[in-house]
Design a protein. Structure first.
Length: 324
């Protein structure tokens, strides 16, 4: 009977659940051709129907008998035993999901305060595993990509460079970044659509100035002050699609250092890649590996500092070997 009382509290605490279970029993009985039960569920006080159903769910023969004494057709509900248990178990899981989704795990004793014996019937909140407005923002990415690729192509042609065009950031990677960096606000992500203009070192400043002239927010990254020693230009542009796009600017040597060999060879061509590799005397493609290691660590940790130092030395060696 303890289970019966628990389930009774669960359902009676929420009017929506009471109505739901009422409809559930009536529909099930109708499907099973128990027309008298279907009629009774609409005519008899709900608490009596609930008593009969829960008595069956607990499997107590005496309880079933007592319930049947109050509701003449309660015996017809016997076949609902397993189904009703599954229904109530699902309700329990739903309530537990609500508690976990809305609980701040950093606060001690929060679970004890929230997990009362009776369900409070609060409105359920959506789980924070899908960023706010994500679908709306992601749908604009193709138009944003077309716009920033056109801008990059025009600027690259002006300064004798080329454009490395990247695919739209995957939904999984975008979701991860939005949740981690922007507290679930999808409108703040700036690199769903992105590309890189590749030019010689002496033209970097001119390209950055042209981007600024076209309305981009330009950030010059200095290798001597960047935590990982990376150097280049990052810029973001508010596109006509309504979301931001990212245009980076970099030199062939930094592409060699940052990207994997397979990617860098496609972007630079075999001859230029081989030339940079020969001048550098160290393997390419280590930059992004250092970044991936570093970004998941606490910046103040010993391990993060070690990765940072290795990355700084690596990028500086590449720059010096290639004359800048």
């Amino acid at each position: 009977m303890a289970e019966a009382y628990e389930l009774t509290n669960l359902v009676m605490a929420d009017p929506i659940l009471r109505e739901s279970l009422n409809d559930f029993v009536a529909e099930y009985a109708s499907i099973q051709h128990h027309t008298e039960v279907t009629y009774l569920t609409g005519a008899v006080a709900f608490d009596l129907i609930l008593m009969a159903v829960l008595a069956v769910a607990t499997g107590g023969a005496a309880a079933v008998g007592a319930a049947a004494g109050r509701i003449r057709h309660a015996g017809l509900l016997a076949s609902l035993g397993k189904t009703v248990k599954a229904y109530c178990a699902a309700v329990r899981r739903q309530r537990l999901r609500y508690l976990w989704r809305s609980t701040d795990l950093k606060k001690k004793n929060h679970l004890e305060a929230r997990a009362s014996k009776r369900v409070e019937g609060q409105e359920l909140k959506p789980a924070k595993n899908v960023p706010n407005k994500f679908g709306e923002v992601y749908a604009k990415a193709p138009a944003a990509k077309l716009e920033i690729d056109t801008i990059a192509d025009e600027i690259a042609e002006m300064f004798g460079g080329q454009v490395a065009k990247a695919p739209i950031k995957s939904q999984d990677r975008a979701t991860q970044k939005i949740m981690n960096d922007y507290d679930g606000d999808a409108t703040k992500i700036k690199d769903l659509a992105r590309n890189t203009i590749i030019v010689s070192p002496e033209k970097m400043d001119a390209v950055a100035a042209e981007l600024a002239k076209r309305g981009a927010n330009v950030k010059v990254i200095n290798g001597t002050t960047d935590p990982l020693g990376y150097s280049g230009v990052n810029s973001t542009i508010k596109t006509q699609a309504g979301i931001f796009g990212e245009v980076q600017v970099n030199t062939p040597a930094m592409i060699y250092a940052k990207e994997s060999e397979s990617v860098a060879r496609v972007l630079l061509g075999d001859d230029l890649y081989t030339s940079i590799a020969s001048k550098s005397g160290i393997p390419g493609g280590q930059g992004h590996k250092f970044y991936e290691e570093w970004r998941v660590l606490s910046p103040s940790s010993t391990q993060a500092q070690s990765v940072s130092e290795q990355s700084q030395e690596y990028y500086e060696a590449i720059r010096k070997a290639n004359g800048y």
